[in-house]
Design a binder for this molecule. Sequence first.
Ligand code: FPP
Length: 242
Amino acid sequence: MSSDSIPRHVAVIMDGNGRWAEGRSKPRYAGHRAGIGPVRETVEHAAKRGIARLTLFAFSSENWGRPQDEVSRLMGLFHEALQREIDELHANHVRLRFIGDRSMLRSGLRQRIADAEALTAANDGLGLNIAVAYGGRWDIANAARRLAERVERGELKASAIDEAEFATALSLTGEPDVDLLIRTGGEHRISNFLLWNLAYAELYFTDCLWPDFSSREFDAALAFFGSRERRYGHTGKQLGVA
Ligand code: FPP
């Protein structure tokens, strides 16, 4: 695979944990726990393939509506995984960033997230973004409010708000747009993930349930990406590819 066919930014909706567990007559949280191995493998593989940014959807704004026990176990799992993996991520030069509404998280997890971000802030390897308590509409509404506050304070003119200025107020400020979105679990939806950043992403859907996702599956998604012609609204002829 040539380096220009490698996406700079890959985003993943990790779906299918519940069904994976139910298919084995196990409780749903067993599926979430089984999803940690593929997270690890995906992070390692992204670094190996030279991908610059990887953004994983771990918990959506809507997931708060799940049964209390499942939510609580998922939060416990994030806390535990972060505690266990942070040293190795740091040793591998990964820069970790969390996006989402942190005010919704327990203070212990919030603190661990802040510590992990501070520890890895200067790393120059893979940029790993984890979306927790995240929603694309929340992100856009948040950005609009931040910009409006700057206008109210007289720091910004309303007429200066264009796409580039707007993007500075989003969670993934300064990050390249998503090139490739992978969704496991068979659904063909974006489910309120990075609505702004996915504008020109290639979309790859697989029936593979997240706990079964592997570097082989990841390579299949990368091969799909490599076969796509990206036109950004232009014609193939204009871009010299047709
Ligand atoms: C969706 O599957 C998955 C989640 C809501 C949680 C994702 C969490 C992990 C993969 C655990 C590890 C993550 C990190 C970042 C350490 P689902 O429950 O909606 O599955 P279903 O569609 O089969 O019900």
